[in-house]
Design a protein around this ligand. Structure first.
Ligand SMILES: [Zn+2]
Length: 250
């Protein structure tokens, strides 16, 4: 009898232990599920807020472009031209290395250009300013000379017609280096100066305007030497999101 009682007691203990184990495992599973669910929820919330932030930043930049469409964000391309009489009222001669005198630029872009040339030099890059502001009549001469010397195909790909050059805004520059004989050629891309500009120009408000993979959209061939001033915020956004100025006018 005594032995049976012992067995019963052991049975009850085992049963109770089993029950506790079952509850523990169940709770553990529930806790795990709860944690996973809240993780998913957290991820969903952060994705939504990231998307909202991205949209807000794009809207802010588009608003900035809209507010400056007659200033630093002016869109000049094959479809959008300037009046032949258009000339920036604030042209100045930047204090940078250049191949000739009398290269002018809008004052709004000049301080940042000078800063860019100075800081490039501190990192061992010798940038040379080749071209800045061009009047409508000068651009007309460049275009007809190019037609004669280089032919229609090249000219249409690389030279703007009068009133359709960004250089007329006073906000565009052509930059080269001694190592390629101060030429405006695609080999500038491979120079240390060209590489430095591609990576750093946006920090000074400049964008590489005619990109290799957007020829169809800009209407111009790849020009690693041509940089356009749009101001720091717009330049940073364009650089980080791999865009062109036209994208911000859509
Ligand atoms: Zn240019």
């Amino acid at each position: 009898m005594k032995q049976k009682k012992v067995y019963n007691t052991i049975g009850v203990i085992l049963l109770f232990g089993g029950f506790l184990l079952f509850c523990g495992v169940k709770n553990l599973v529930q806790a795990k599920e709860l944690a996973t669910n809240s993780q998913v929820l957290e991820q969903e919330i952060s994705t939504v807020s990231n998307e909202e932030e991205v949209d807000m930043e794009l809207n802010r930049i588009k608003e900035l472009v809209k507010n400056n469409k007659n200033g630093i964000a002016k869109l000049v391309n094959k479809e959008n031209g300037l009046k032949s009489s258009y000339e920036p009222s604030d042209l100045v001669e930047p204090n940078v290395n250049s191949i000739k005198n009398n290269i002018y630029l809008s004052k709004s872009a000049t301080n940042d250009l000078e800063k860019m040339f100075k800081e490039a030099k501190e990192e061992g890059m010798n940038l040379y300013l080749i071209s800045g502001y061009r009047s409508s009549s000068y651009q007309a001469k460049l275009y007809s000379n190019s037609l004669i010397r280089k032919g229609k195909e090249y000219t249409q790909k690389y030279v703007s017609k009068a009133n359709h050059s960004e250089h007329q805004t006073g906000l565009a520059v052509d930059i080269s280096a001694k190592s390629i004989g101060y030429q405006l050629s695609q080999s500038f891309e491979t120079t240390k100066e060209g590489k430095w500009l591609e990576k750093n120009a946006h920090k000074y408000g400049f964008i590489l305007r005619y990109k290799k993979d957007r020829v169809e959209d800009t209407g111009y061939g790849f020009e690693p030497w041509h940089f356009r001033y749009v101001g720091y915020d717009i330049a940073k956004y364009i650089y980080e999101n791999d865009l062109i100025l036209e994208d911000l006018y859509k």
